[in-house]
Design a protein around this ligand. Sequence first.
Ligand SMILES: C[S@@+](CC[C@H](N)C(=O)[O-])C[C@H]1O[C@@H](n2cnc3c(N)ncnc32)[C@H](O)[C@@H]1O
Length: 359
Amino acid sequence: MPRGQQQEPPAAAANKSNRKDPPLIQCADLILPWLTPRELANISTTCKTLSEISKSITLRRTLDASRFIENHPVPFLNPNNQHPYAYFLYTPSQLLPSQSPLRQPWGSQLDRDSLGRHRGSSACKLNVPGEVLRGCDSGPATPRRGTFESGKGVGGCDCDCEGCEEGGTGWEFLGLEEMGIMTECGPGCGCGLECSNRLSQFICEYAGELLTTEEARKRQQIYDELASGGQFSSALLVVREHLPSGKACLRINIDATRTGNVARFINHSCDGGNLATVLVRHTGSLLPHLCFFASRNIKEGEELTFSYGDIRVRSKGLQCFCGSSCCFDASANNEQANTEREYKDPFRSSNFKSHIANK
Ligand SMILES: C[S@@+](CC[C@H](N)C(=O)[O-])C[C@H]1O[C@@H](n2cnc3c(N)ncnc32)[C@H](O)[C@@H]1O
């Protein structure tokens, strides 16, 4: 059913509030969207009106995990149990832990009424203090210098496309291009969306908190303990860039467990799935962004998956549900097959090694 035609949830109770109502009820639709599911559940036990408002917020949350940030809604469908949605904070791009918001409003009546449509990629309107890396419909991005002092692109960006006045990409001196890292124009450039140096059309970025390796290891220990209870799944992705010599030169840890985007829902497949990860570097951005590209043609309705690499699902003693013909779980039951089957690692021929949550 199109968004505009959805049946009115029981939020009508909120509209009936009048001056005689306690202040909390009068402001409920402004305040309650800031609450976590647990807080929402607690407050909904206090009176019928708050219970109805909470229910309507939960319903709206179920309709779009992206808080209207993405071009298309990210609805929750859970055929397995009663949990209506996974709670996490949404960010369209990677950010530092210090930039991660403590709270975000989600599911307010205002969102639906005032927008009535998705905001598209206007991350500028997002209430997240992270770096805005996507296009913004509120005007051209402000040109800014690259984070490295490459000595190029005076007063603007550091790229060499026709739309930008000077300079090379600024990354040559690091040898990143030889390592297979894509270098592109981005919001920091003076060029526009039509620029020929904005070629990559990726499915989505793996967005989350960018962690130091020390912090990633600490968090992973906590996640492992929580996961042993069986009710917790983390989304800490580790990517290593390797020099042609084979020595790791850069490790990127992106944790989408608490703050992430739609990519945090992508499951593992032992056969490599239909996605490949590529590190994409925008001009003016110090660190590359981990993006998913289609590794083959993808049918409509097909689940998006990729290989977590060193299969964490199995190492935790959990069953793998990928169902692929070369699934580790399937082969574990058949030693003969195990030796004959080749593990199709999509990262084998590239410089990247990645895995979800390996220490
Ligand atoms: C990044 S999350 C993926 C999204 C997760 N399935 C969800 O619904 O939120 C990673 C977690 O999903 C689960 N998972 C992913 N792929 C799996 C697979 N092939 N078999 C079993 N569990 C898997 C594991 O619990 C893993 O820790």
